[in-house]
Design a protein around this ligand. Structure first.
Ligand SMILES: Cc1cc2nc3c(=O)[nH]c(=O)nc-3n(C[C@H](O)[C@H](O)[C@H](O)COP(=O)(O)OP(=O)(O)OC[C@H]3O[C@@H](n4cnc5c(N)ncnc54)[C@H](O)[C@@H]3O)c2cc1C
Length: 336
């Protein structure tokens, strides 16, 4: 097995987040020599965190210029580390930061890149990467002869490495920060208790456009819909998904669910989450939406329409019922 370079960027506190530890676990599963490259404002805490992983070398690019996600600085740092390590196989977590910078780095190095890899194994002594195509409809296993081969590994697909922290030696790779046009002036993030996307949750709760449609009494009950959905999410700590119709309506400023954004959209043009169970409410279950449920194996739906898409073999259980009534009752049972 040829040497592997694991590339990771640190978080604000200088440590590595779960996607990086998952990529480290994946790299170790291949066996062979492992080197690690770290980028961030400071990298020593991350190096100490993974000191027990058995990396031969830990290379670092640290400094204020490398603290923020930005193509120019991230690509310069990653390129310098790849050249210093001389690795043929470069593995990295599919974070938004690396997904933006590493394809360009592969190009600069004359190599190749594969993104959104969901599996990694050794075949005939060489890495083989699993990847889905056409929005999770086709799966392929690829290997490549070109080097360096940069592979971005999707979060949630590999067991995260864990081990005791220690003290590691970091080889500093000198990089002159390139001129930048992007200045990060701050971070706008929802308050922790308003965070609705929880990739590690057991249950995915999906809201469809029905929540914002006229109900049997001829009126729209947007406020009650918000209260019911948020009450359920807060007590169960489920993750929130939305149908395209609903997130589009939210984006167009209609008086709908205030906490629903395009990031919540599940489906062909949305995301493909990996929760164990899913509950779809007021959502018709159209094919382009259900494509996003590819990896959700236990599915239930609540819909007024007995002929909705879910009832046509797409869910294990369909409650033909009013979702307002059902969720009111469920929340009562949960004490929400
Ligand atoms: C190229 C392409 C890509 C697309 N990509 C996506 C995608 O990524 N994700 C996606 O979601 N869609 C996608 N779509 C759109 C998709 O085809 C549907 O239009 C969309 O999913 C419908 O959303 P919906 O089910 O929430 O709304 P609707 O179709 O309006 O359904 C609302 C449902 O709510 C039910 N309902 C109403 N009131 C209640 C109540 N009180 N209790 C219970 N049920 C109730 C109704 O019976 C109805 O079934 C795509 C379409 C195309 C053409």
């Amino acid at each position: 097995m040829e040497p592997i370079l694991l590339l990771a960027h640190t978080e604000a506190d200088g440590t590595l987040a779960k996607p990086a530890l998952e990529a480290l676990g994946a790299a170790l599963s291949l066996g062979g020599e492992l080197n690690v490259g770290l980028v961030g404002a400071e990298v020593q805490p991350a190096a100490n965190q993974i000191s027990g992983a058995g990396a031969k070398r830990i290379l670092g690019v640290a400094g204020e210029a490398f603290s923020q996600p930005r193509y120019a600085t991230d690509a310069a740092a990653a390129e310098a580390i790849c050249r210093a390590a001389g690795a043929g196989i470069v593995l990295a977590p599919s974070t938004s930061r690396w997904s933006r910078a590493l394809p360009g780095v592969a190009y600069r190095l004359g190599g190749r890149v594969d993104t959104h890899s969901t599996g990694l194994e050794l075949r005939n002594g060489a890495p083989a990467v699993t990847r889905w195509f056409y929005r999770q409809r086709m799966e392929a296993v690829l290997s490549r002869e070109q080097r360096p081969w940069v592979v971005l590994l999707d979060p949630g697909c590999f067991a995260a490495w864990s081990g005791p922290a220690g003290t590691a030696t970091v080889e500093n790779v000198p990089v002159e920060a390139p001129p930048t046009r992007t200045t990060v002036t701050g971070v706008q993030a929802p308050k922790a208790d308003e965070q609705t996307i929880r990739p590690d949750a057991k249950l995915l709760f999906v809201a469809g456009a029905g929540w914002t449609k006229k109900q049997a009494d001829g009126a729209i009950h947007g406020r009650e819909a918000e209260t019911l959905i948020l009450g359920f999410l807060r007590t169960t700590k489920s993750s929130l998904g939305g149908s395209k119709s609903l997130v589009d309506a939210s984006g167009e400023g209609e008086a709908v669910l205030g906490f629903m954004t395009h990031l919540n959209q599940i489906g062909q043009t949305g995301s493909t989450p990996r929760h164990r169970k899913g509950l779809s409410t007021c959502c018709h279950g159209e094919e382009p939406h259900v494509v996003g449920w590819r990896f959700v194996n236990e599915r239930r739906a609540i819909n007024l329409d007995p002929n909705c898409g879910w009832a046509r073999g797409k869910a294990d259980v369909v409650y033909v019922a009013d979702a307002f009534e059902v969720m009111r009752h469920v929340n009562q049972l949960l004490g929400a």
